[in-house]
Design a protein. Structure first.
Length: 120
């Protein structure tokens, strides 16, 4: 089994609620000390607090996701950038959205944009 890919600012981080079939987008900030293919590597602090744009939640007693609350899994064990763990494409986390009264919303996920840098 291959090690997971490291996420960069070119990766797609999104909530679990697509709008008309189009995934949402989380606005991320990369760590400028390490780049892969010209894109800065992501750490947890570059994702948590990021704005979620395009969440498709629209049910009664619900509020669309608009901010990332936490990254639960997917932090690298061996690769650190500026003292923080890089984040991998195995990322899971929570947003502040509310679906039929339930918050936080689980299902934060990501697709990597590169395959050159992998780690555990």
């Amino acid at each position: 089994m291959q090690n997971p890919n490291v996420l960069t600012t070119g990766s797609k981080v999104h909530c679990a609620h697509p709008l008309a079939g189009v995934p949402s987008t989380v606005q991320t900030v990369g760590a400028p000390k390490l780049r892969v293919g010209g894109q800065a590597v992501l750490t947890k602090t570059g994702i948590v607090g990021g704005a979620v744009v395009g969440c498709g939640i629209s049910a009664p007693n619900s509020t669309p996701c608009d901010q990332v609350k936490d990254v639960d899994t997917g932090e690298a064990v061996k690769l650190r950038v500026g003292g923080q763990s890089a984040v991998l494409d195995t990322l899971t986390g929570k947003t502040n959205g509310k679906l039929q009264g339930v918050t936080p919303q689980l299902g934060l996920a990501a697709e990597g944009d590169q395959t050159r840098l992998r780690t555990r």
